[in-house]
Design a protein around this ligand. Structure first.
Ligand code: KDG
Length: 326
């Protein structure tokens, strides 16, 4: 990685919206007097938490309201060891909110309250150029650019700063259909993907960048990887694992079998695991393995990031079903 002649102060910096989260504790629709669990989440800061749990230095750039929910978000990120010194507090608006309803045992419904709120007011002036120049990797997603033109401009600026400084740029496409149309996402994210050294996507998301991916994700991933020297394209396949195209070669991991409790956040855990192994210069097979292990931990626990593994836990799933550690 291109870090040799720069002063590296953080391993990974992420920029994006982090929201307060209220999750229903019982399975079923929201109803009066239901118990809700208060937490926070956001794809970019989830990745930062995943990396921090694995022992890496991670920073987060974002905007929060000057309110209790914003303080909850900051407290959780700080408790997880994230450097939040580049976060901005916006006294003019409120922290964004996400409601997570476990509608049935197998169906989770997410409802956003984010339009016009703090995360969507992220702007280019919020981009801490120094922290980006001092990072090994900048990680961005396709969620924050969907929030507003100024949030999109902020992500673009972060990517440009990273590119000029030779910082590895990682993009997770993370298409959210409730935030924008597929056509809008395709127009906005294709230029970002062109600048990225690492692209994470599901097969469906890859089709936003190259329509032929619907029929043949492998060829589309190879094509995208081949468009830029050294670019890696990683295709997340949920419970079927993932494959990566690195230096023209294809590596696969079949995924781990776990009892699914709450799959939201598994993609972010996967990215954190993959980046963790990349930072350590481990080979593609190990990047995929660590990504799949981290993803499986999240699938098997409640919360978008609460179940992320610590480094000492990475081998725990190998113990198999219903293991008890005594
Ligand atoms: O990947 C999990 C995220 O989707 C979640 O934590 C919250 O950023 C979020 C979103 O936009 O849904």
């Amino acid at each position: 990685m291109a870090v040799a002649d720069r002063l590296v102060r953080t391993d990974v910096v992420t920029i994006g919206e982090t929201l307060a989260v209220l999750s229903g504790q019982a399975t079923g629709p929201f109803r009066p007097m239901a118990s809700l669990y208060l937490s926070s989440a956001g794809a970019e800061s989830n990745v930062a938490i995943g990396l921090s749990r694995l022992g890496h230095r991670a920073s987060w750039i974002g905007r929060l309201g000057d309110d209790e929910l914003g303080r909850v978000v900051l407290a959780q990120l700080r408790a997880e060891g994230i450097d939040v010194r580049s976060a901005r507090v916006d006294a003019e608006t409120q922290t964004s909110l996400l409601l997570k309803e476990r509608r049935t045992a197998d169906l989770t419904r997410v409802i956003y309250y984010r339009r016009g709120l703090a995360g969507s007011r992220l702007c280019p002036a919020d981009v801490d150029e120094e922290v980006i120049r001092g990072a090994r990797v900048l990680h961005v997603t396709g969620i924050t650019p969907a929030l507003s033109p100024q949030a999109h401009a902020a992500v673009l600026k972060a990517v440009e700063v990273a590119q000029a400084a030779g910082v590895t740029i990682s993009l997770d496409v993370n298409y959210r259909a409730t935030l924008w149309s597929a056509a809008g996402a395709s127009t906005c994210l294709s230029p970002l993907a062109e600048m990225a050294d690492l692209v994470f996507a599901s097969a469906g998301e890859l089709a936003l960048l190259d329509a032929s991916a619907v029929e043949d994700p492998l060829t589309a991933a190879k094509t995208l990887a081949g468009l830029r020297r050294g670019r890696q394209v990683v295709v997340k396949q949920g419970s079927r694992g993932a494959f990566a195209v690195v230096d023209g070669a294809v590596e696969r991991h079949a995924g781990l079998v776990v009892r699914a409790v709450d799959p939201v956040g598994a993609g972010d855990a996967f990215v954190a695991g993959y980046l963790s192994a990349l930072i350590e210069d481990l080979p593609p097979a190990e990047r995929l393995r660590r990504g799949c292990v981290a993803g499986a931990f999240v699938v098997a626990t409640d919360g978008d990031w609460e179940g992320f593994p610590r480094r000492s836990e990475l081998d725990l799933l190998a113990l198999g079903e219903e293991a008890t550690l005594r």
